[in-house]
Design a protein. Sequence first.
Length: 79
Amino acid sequence: ETLAVTTALSMIVFSSICLGAVLPLLLQKAGVDPAHSSTTIQVVMDILGVVLTVFVSTLVLDSGWGKMMISTLASKLGL
């Protein structure tokens, strides 16, 4: 679970940095005040954060690789 959460968090931070840098520039080109991007970024990142967490957790925990990693770690820890 730690791997899934860490990977999801890294992806969320990376996407928020990219969105925070690009969205004000796109709004300025569209003729909209770039100051409006802050609330848009908050809403988009809230939704994207949940989607990314579910997607990464599903990939890591439900895949064959994830199940193999969990069973290997469990056997090494004696669980």
